[in-house]
Ligand binder design. Structure first.
Ligand code: SF4
Length: 246
């Protein structure tokens, strides 16, 4: 079948104008930050739907990911502060109180054991994200998972399995740029919109950011004032370790 359309990925500058306009109208508050993440995830979902349709129609890329396949949930996840606040709100209020308390304890304990470990170290150690259900291998926060998780995909499950079984963090799996452009565009857009308002926006390690929110006082308020409560939760270059040179 001839297909004469292609998914149009979000574009950083255009999205930045949308965010600047949104924060100009609503102010930069806890409510508007959480709403903005809501919109970001809804827009990402629509975009990914078009990407799946496109690959279905053109058969140019096979998406091998399926429910319960979680090899890629054993590495480091980077997020930006608005996403960490959004997920923390969901963990506090989106579960029964007992389940919520248990999750927070798990995240804090996970962070105590693993803070500072790179993506490769987590992969080699098969250190699962604390949001992954150990029995079903399903993400327990699927609907509110970060942009980085939303863009993870593979064109073939075999290399993912080999990488996991051999603990080879650099074993390549086929991927497609259309998935990663979404995350980059929204990171750029948030960066432009919030940096110009004096807020600090840098990539954070997911669990360290959540543990900071759950264990320290007034983290959201401090961040909104332009302070950096996530100083020790940064997903710096050492944690996002690039593959060794060939
Ligand atoms: S948040 Fe969910 S999708 Fe992301 S790494 Fe954790 S378990 Fe996997």
């Amino acid at each position: 079948m001839t297909v004469n359309w292609k998914p149009e990925p979000p574009e950083g500058e255009r999205e930045a104008r949308r965010y600047i306009d949104f924060f100009t109208r609503n102010g930069i508050t806890k409510k508007s930050i959480l709403q903005s993440v809501d919109h970001t995830y809804a827009r990402s979902n629509s975009y990914f739907d078009t990407v799946y349709d496109y690959f279905d129609q053109t058969e140019t890329f096979n998406i091998a990911c399926s429910k319960g396949c979680a090899f890629c949930c054993h590495t480091m996840v980077s997020v930006i502060a608005p996403e960490a606040f959004y997920l923390a709100e969901h963990i506090k209020n989106g579960f029964e109180p007992e389940e919520s308390r248990r999750k927070i304890e798990q995240i804090v304990e996970h962070d105590r054991q693993h803070r500072g470990k790179s993506g490769a170290q987590r992969h080699v150690g098969r250190i699962a994200c604390p949001m992954l259900d150990p029995e079903t291998h399903l993400c327990t926060v699927h609907g509110v998972r970060p942009l980085t998780c939303r863009s993870m995909h593979s064109g073939d499950v075999t290399p993912c399995r080999v990488a996991f079984e051999t603990r080879d963090a650099y074993h390549p799996a086929p991927s497609h740029a259309l998935f990663f452009k979404n995350t980059q565009a929204y990171y750029d857009a948030y960066g432009t919109a919030l940096h110009s308002a004096g807020l600090i926006l840098e990539p954070l390690e997911l669990n360290a950011a959540l543990a900071t929110i759950f264990t320290e006082k007034n983290v959201f308020v401090r961040w909104l004032k332009g302070e950096n409560p996530f100083e020790n939760a940064s997903a710096d270059a050492g944690l996002t370790d690039a593959p060794p040179p060939a």
